[in-house]
Write a protein that binds this ligand. Structure first.
Ligand SMILES: [Zn+2]
Ligand SMILES: [Zn+2]
Length: 285
């Protein structure tokens, strides 16, 4: 889990900070997107990602080896066993030599054919080797993931509010001139909301307000991350072009800049990665 591959992962001095994250969802996205999703997910749990490496062998599920900020952070995530990545549940494992020797590489079960919209899941009638059909974290319908949700462009992930604050969050969003169509709170990891807004433009507006520290609930700064999804999925509305800021907004921003205190919420842009390791081989179990 360091950049130089002169040792196996089991001899790595950072072994105690390491976890393995298995997520079938991450196999479907491209490399930079995959790293962005992992880092955003860890940040949403208050965890630091010092390094990560995607490992995939043919016919086996792909997995991330991630080095967190400390052993305590790794232990915390291992205790949680699961983490939401891009709205999907991923499993967390310790890096264990014994386990890797015992376990044979296992294929992910074949996906069940997608259920028709609004169909009820019937996990009891499923054969044992199939996973139950997924429920979309954003819209609540069965049979697709957030990345292929027809509403993903109107979807935003909000971190920092708890399930019991749903009504407050709804009001807070209305006060920021965005329209929350639906709010769903996660049941995995620290609470986070998947909120469907009235339009893709509202998502961009809210993300900007979050960067400027304007998304606040009961004195706390919340963070808003637009969901990402499959561009080929036809959206529920045409994607509106970005509008130039109104005169009033410019005035507000100028007034803010002069103010005595400006809170900047941390917000990750699309990360840039060097490819200095291209051509190296990962030595892993
Ligand atoms: Zn290492
Ligand atoms: Zn959906």
């Amino acid at each position: 889990m360091v950049d130089v591959f002169d040792h196996s992962v089991f001899n790595c001095k950072f072994l105690e900070q390491g976890v393995v994250i298995k997520s079938p969802h991450l196999e479907t996205v491209e490399r930079l997107e995959r790293r962005y999703l992992l880092q955003t997910a860890l940040e949403a749990q208050g965890l630091q990602c010092e390094a990560c490496r995607w490992y995939k062998k043919e016919n086996t599920p792909g997995m991330f080896y991630a080095r967190l900020g400390s052993k305590e952070e790794a232990d915390e995530l291992l205790a949680a066993k699961e983490i939401l990545i891009g709205g999907e549940t991923a499993q967390v494992f310790a890096i264990s030599q014994k386990a890797s020797q015992k376990r044979q590489p296992k294929q992910w079960p074949k996906k069940r054919p997608k259920a028709k919209a609004k169909a009820e899941p019937s996990p009891n009638s499923l054969p044992n080797d199939e996973r139950p059909t997924k429920t979309c974290f954003l819209c609540g319908e069965v049979g697709h993931e957030v990345a292929s949700c027809p509403y993903w462009r109107q979807g935003v992930q909000i971190v920092g509010a708890t399930a019991s604050e749903e009504k407050d969050l709804e009001e807070c969003l209305r006060n920021l001139n965005v329209e929350p169509v639906s709010l769903r709170c996660s049941e995995v990891g620290k609470p986070q909301f998947a909120v469907r807004l009235g339009s893709a433009r509202q998502v961009r507006d809210l993300a900007k307000k979050s960067i400027n520290g304007q998304l606040r609930l009961l004195g706390r700064v919340l963070r808003a991350y637009p969901f990402r999804g499959d561009e080929s999925i036809s959206g529920a509305e045409p994607v509106a072009p970005a509008a130039p800021p109104s005169r009033a907004a410019k005035r507000d921003r100028a007034a803010e800049a002069k103010g005595p205190l400006t809170v900047q919420a941390s917000y990750p842009g699309t990360p840039q990665y060097t490819n200095r390791n291209t051509g190296t081989t990962l030595r892993a179990p």
